[in-house]
Design a protein around this ligand. Structure first.
Ligand code: PMV
Length: 309
């Protein structure tokens, strides 16, 4: 029997601009999905139900890619809120792929990250980026960029796109995640930004500005300068707002969090989903988010990434 735990993630800076070749930084969160796998029986089952490609798309694709032996008894426990943008499908995929890799006796971080990206891509019709799965695998803070830099982890390519994944220094920070209760579809938001950027020079400037903010954020993070990092997160939110991916509810939660934090912004694709606030006063920030109708979660950065026992 093997038990694997993998964390969710939040994008700290750079979402959307990363689609146009600018860098992005994601952090693994101490909210985890646990998957326990036991080999035996004819048919595979998940929490006592038959494994099914519709109900369990990610697990199904992972079995297809990595397992052709006897049935698996899979137990899934998600400690991640089912809120958009926190990488819950990546955490599930990484934990299960890590467990299967261990059972096959060929576990390595890089192999888990690559296989998990394949699985997520297959389950999402090729639309995934490797940011979530690599961050969930490696833990800490991960920098994604077009070019290869310091503390390089691995490179993942698909079609015309290439992502270089790096470890990037990160102090112990506390974030408050605020879920709006709305769901935005990543593909819709990415398409909307693409239209804006194609037609409008302002759109292209905003993408470049997000890239600059992310590079400055990388050094603020390395220096442990949370005040500066927070200011950059505020600026990033305003730029994402111009791109049209914020919503009135996201703006309201960001505004509610700011007086109690170093900075706050939407995280992930937007159009709903979650915002994050960087703060030294998590209880106050969480209370302010709750008062504005959001669902707050106080989280820390998960240094470990995926673990298998
Ligand atoms: O919503 P999430 O957490 O999957 O983030 C999407 C990030 C984008 O930059 C908007 C898209 C991408 O593929 O990088």
């Amino acid at each position: 029997m093997v038990t694997a735990k993998a964390p969710g993630k939040a994008i700290l800076l750079g979402e959307h601009a990363v689609v146009f070749g600018e860098p992005a930084i994601a952090v693994a969160l101490d909210l985890e999905t646990t998957v326990t796998v036991d080999v035996g029986g004819e048919r595979s089952q998940v929490n006592e139900r038959p494994l099914n490609h519709k109900a369990h798309a990610y697990l199904y694709e992972a079995v297809k890619l990595l397992w052709d032996e006897r049935g698996l008894d899979i137990k899934v426990e998600s400690g991640l809120p089912s809120a958009g943008g926190l990488g819950s499908s990546a955490a599930l995929t990484v934990a299960f792929v890590a467990a299967l890799s261990k059972l096959r006796d060929d576990f390595s971080e890089e192999a888990v990250a690559r296989r998990s990206y394949e699985v997520e891509s297959a389950a999402q019709d090729g639309r995934a980026s490797p940011t979530d799965t690599s961050t969930s695998t490696h833990g800490g803070a991960v920098l994604v960029s077009k070019d290869r830099g310091e503390k390089f982890l691995w490179r993942i390519s698909r079609g015309e796109r290439t992502w270089n994944l790096h470890e990037t220094p990160c102090p112990d920070i506390t974030l408050v995640v605020g879920y709006t209760g709305e769901r935005g579809r990543t593909a819709d938001q990415v398409a909307k930004v693409a239209r804006f950027v194609e037609k409008n020079a302002l759109g292209r400037d905003v993408i470049k500005d997000i890239g600059t903010v992310t590079r400055q954020g990388k050094s603020a993070l390395a220096d442990g300068d949370l005040k500066r990092l927070g200011a950059l997160m505020n600026r990033d939110h305003d730029l994402l707002h111009i791109l049209g991916v914020s919503t009135p509810r996201l703006d309201a939660l960001v505004e509610a969090a700011r007086p109690h934090s170093f900075g706050a912004k939407l995280t992930g694709a937007g159009g709903g989903g979650c915002m994050i606030a960087l703060t030294e006063k998590p209880e106050e920030t969480a209370a302010a988010i709750l008062l504005r109708g959001g669902e707050p979660h106080i989280v820390k950065v998960n240094k470990a990434g995926v673990t298998v026992q």
